[in-house]
Unconditional design. Sequence first.
Length: 507
Amino acid sequence: MVRASFRAAVARIRHHYRSRSTAPASTLAPAPHPYGRALGLIAVVVFGAWLGLLVVGSVRTPVGPMDTTMALRPSLSGGTKINVAPLGALELDSHTAPVRLDVQVDRLDPVRSGALVRHPERLSGLQQEISADVSTGTRELAVRSVVAVVSGATALGLAVYRRPRRALAAGGLALALLAASGVSVYATWNPKSVLEPKFSGLLSSAPSVVGDARSIVTDFDVYQRELARLVTNVTKLYDATSTLPVYRPDPATLRVLHVSDIHLNPVAWQIIGSLVKQYDIDVVIDSGDTMDHGAAVENGFLDPIRDLGAPYVWVRGNHDSRITQRYLERFKNVRVLDDGQAVNVGGLRVAGIGDPQFTPDRSLPAQGAAAERMAGMRLASALRSQERAGTPVDIAVTHEPEAARETDGTVPLVLAGHVHHRQNELMELGTRLKVEGSTGGGGLRAVQNRKPEKVRASVLYLDRTTRRLQAWDEITLGGLGLTTAEVSRHLPGENRPGATPSPIRFG
């Protein structure tokens, strides 16, 4: 009885499909649009290739005394990311392509590292060994990635379309996309990206790990030998970095900590004090908006400046009042700059001007960009006067970038803030403009935002003889409630190895 019912059901299904096959073409569902088919195929290819890379697109390979895992991952910006647990990660802007190279340092092999310790003469060939290991690993990774991408796209195409020809088309398109990505990597490859790494993880070790700005460029062979020593025992890095002679501060380097827009966030003083100590800062420069309302009741917030352990140069921001300025002028270690005044501090000559507007005072109309440009012109005039008097200024400071731009051609470096994000620009007449983000993470008002605003500060390295900018470190911390830290090293284009410095045209 059951078998008869089953046979009857099958007969009805067959009759249904036969009747559909003989139906007029006008009654059938319309064919999908060609653009829709193309977009669907691309989606299948991309998703299948991504799945293939996740499942089989990685290789385990030894690199010197370390065991690593290399993998390609989809990315909008490309680059290389090296994860070194438990220290954090190192990111390099090595290429621009829709794929990123991920390198995971899994462990330090005790046998290979022990052999290096027992036979230190092998360190001389460690660089060649590591280069050969990396080349072998990347070749194997390239082959495996091709297999992973093509297999993933083909398998998903077969599962979706159930047609071998469409599946093979998906695999072929995936191979073409991977080949195009390879061409993009080759065309945009930047071997100098190692000069500007971005470290994330333990901020307390970052100054030692990054090293000295001048020694990395001028004594790279020494840096290389010390790096080879470090990889022999990563587990002891915490103790070793504080004693390695290559990381001792260069006596010819001046270190300036640039902060801005603290906006009454008390956490900022702890961060600034820590950075002053870690980086052996010669002078702190604050480009304003330390306060929020500029009222006298806020003045006690400024008292920790007395104990930072470094001279403090300050200019008034649009949230800082004259009351704030007079209070800071009483501090022995603070130099308040206004109206183009110049001072010698920390081995540098610094000039600045306060913001002409105090925006919390609603009784006065806002003067806008015109007032800022006028203040910048007054500062530029003062800088020219200093030059004619034989006492040229090394760094100018304003709060508003609009005012800072008026100093182009009158000073090598001008610092500003106000906009709560970083800007770096070599202006037309040779002055470098550096705008700092908010060292207070936007202040306590940041809790009103959907995401906490990050805390930002920068360490500037200047040559003690020429007092020109050699390099800078950008320190970025997670905002309120977050515990992330990044340190990234940057070199000005005119100071890269082999570059010709750009002279400033004064006038």
